[in-house]
Structures are given as C-alpha cells and as structure tokens.
Design a protein around this ligand. Structure first.
Ligand SMILES: [Zn+2]
Length: 332
C-alpha cells in the first residue's frame, strides 16, 4: 500500500527526481538511472548530451532541433516502458506536439507527473488522455487562480480568424504574437482555412517540419522574409517586435495570443491592438476538476501564482495537497 507521501527531490533547473526509483523527469540528476522529458519547451528539456533520455518521438525530434544530441529511447504514447522495478507510460498532454504526462506504476503505488498540460487539448497536438486514477499527482498550476477561465476553443478560433480577416479587408497586415514552439504552430493550424499566405518567424519556422512530419496541417506558410511580408498573415514571438520584426510594414495590427492575454494590463505593456487569451495550459476550473477526477491521495502543486488558493479549493473537495517550489517562470 502506498504511504501518504512520496520522496521527491528537485532535478536540474526545475525538474523532479524520485530517489526510490532513480527516475528524473524534466531535469537531470547525478544519481538518476532513467531520465524522462515531457516536452521540448526550454524549461522542461535538458541539453546534457551524456544523459540517455526517454521521450515521445516528436519531443525527441524537437529536442534535437533545439540542441540535444544525446542518446535517446523514443516512446509511443500508451506503450509502457518496463523495468523490474517500475512501469512508465506516456499519456498525451495536449500542450504542444509530443507533450506527454508521465505515469509511473511500481509495487508501492502510482504517480502521474503532468509536465505542462492542456485539456481540452490544443488541436495541433496528439490530443489529451489520462489514466483513470493515480495515488499521487504532481501538477503544474500556472493559471491556478479563479480569475483564469478560458473561453471555448471555438470562440477563440473564431476570434483569431476574424481578426486576420478584418485586418486584411482593410489592407492591414495582421501580426499574431505567440511563443515559437506550440502557440505559433497552433496559430498557423487555426488560420489555414483562410487560405491566405502566412509567414512565421525563423525560430518557429524551423520547428514546423516536425509538426508536418507528425501530420499536423499548418497550411500555406513560409519563413519570415522582411521584404515580402507586407499583406501576409504574420506569426512571431512578442520579443521579435522590439527587434524590428515587420518594422517596415506601416499598416499593421497586432494580436497577442497567450493565457496571459486575459490580463488587460498586457495591452499597454506590449502595445498591442487585440488580446486573445488562448493558453497552452488548463484554466483554474479545468485544473480542479482534473484533480477531482483523478482523486489521488495527494496532489503536489508546482508553478503556481498562489499555492494557497489551489490548496484551499482542493481541500474543499477532500483532496490533500502540498506546494513544491520549483522556481521557474512559464514560457507561455
Ligand atoms: Zn511547456
């Protein structure tokens, strides 16, 4: 029977190490025998070439493009990796292409580590699926406050397409600000029905081939070319604007696409025309209901603005929880 607590340590920059099973997740640890990576965002993947890494096929392909050249074992979703001590299964996390939740089962219990996840999932991913239950849950709670409640995906998708259409009708060039990995490709995927040429910032462009290799339709796009970008639908990270992205285009309108766009203050901070709160993470209510559904003995909460709030709501549902401080900012 599992105890009430797990032995957990920090691995690397912000990952987790299970000393009992010698498993590191989303970080490296000198004593780890097995290292798993949930997805290829910079704050979850490592670049230590000497660490043999287990991850989904798209995650490994993306990691390679982002600088990891070590040995690896590709894993299929829902096909367990077994040793004599434990069994590990990857469940699709719906966050970005290849993103996985790590489910570990061993003699004394089971643990689900979410990494970053989103349910309902991004349409530019493998979808979302979770085990029926787990003894322990380690979950991020990036948007773990009741002010964060997302609109339906259909509404957000409409907002994105309408913004582009209205800009183009008035001869404005629409610029969508979204993180290079995940959000940028989701935007291309959502905008492709407009059948209008699109251009994406070079850093995001080089990652698109992996999406296409895994059958995500990104429509008619090419790499950003300053001299030919006027009148196209443009996609870039918010940092690119201050570095001169499309600065030669006089008539343009800018939409900021992120969970953080639900904060009105971002409009003036970033000087944008439109805020579209489309996130790669669960909102507060989705998070609480996921915890209720899984009904674990204990929830460990990471990456959250105020752990007391999530703890309070989980307590109301009879779920014991504890904050794990991994000290890191979310990228999207
Ligand atoms: Zn992420």
């Amino acid at each position: 029977m599992p105890g009430n607590s797990l032995q957990l340590k920090k691995a690397g920059y912000q990952g987790i190490y299970l000393p009992e099973l010698k498993i590191a997740m989303d970080g490296t640890h000198p004593d780890a025998k097995y290292t798993f990576v949930t997805h290829a965002h910079a704050d979850h993947m490592h670049r230590n070439h000497s660490v043999h890494t287990h991850a989904s096929k798209p995650t490994l392909a993306l990691m390679k493009l982002r600088g990891f050249n070590g040995k690896s074992t590709p894993m299929e979703f829902l096909e367990p990796f077994e040793t004599d001590r434990f069994k590990v299964t990857l469940y699709p996390a719906g966050h970005i292409l290849g993103s996985a939740m790590i489910f570990i089962e061993w003699d004394e219990g089971s643990l689900l580590y979410t990494g970053d996840y989103r349910n309902p999932p991004s349409p530019a991913t493998e979808g979302f699926e979770a085990p029926d239950n787990a003894d322990y849950l380690i979950t991020e709670a990036t948007f773990g406050l009741p002010i964060y409640k997302w609109k339906s995906h259909e509404k957000l998708s409409d907002e994105i397409q309408s913004f582009a259409r209205q800009c183009l009708e008035k001869d404005y060039t629409p610029v969508f600000l979204g993180y290079n990995l995940g959000k940028a490709q989701e935007l291309l995927h959502l905008l492709r029905p407009l059948n209008h040429p699109m251009m994406i910032h070079g850093a995001g462009y080089k990652l698109c081939s992996v999406y296409e290799d895994f059958d995500v339709d990104l429509g008619n796009y090419e790499a950003y070319d300053r001299d030919n970008c006027e009148g196209k639908i443009l996609v870039c990270p918010s940092s690119a604007l201050s570095n001169g992205f499309a600065s030669n285009v006089k008539k343009k309108k800018i939409a900021y696409c992120s969970g953080w766009a639900s904060l009105e203050s971002r409009r003036t901070q970033l000087t944008v025309d439109k805020l579209i709160p489309i996130s790669d993470h669960l909102d507060f209510y989705e998070l609480i209901s996921f915890c209720e559904r899984l009904s674990p003995k204990k929830v460990y909460i990471t990456h959250t603005p105020n752990p007391k709030v999530v703890e309070h709501y989980l307590e109301k549902s009879g779920i014991v929880s504890e904050h794990m401080d991994l000290d890191s900012d979310a990228d999207d």
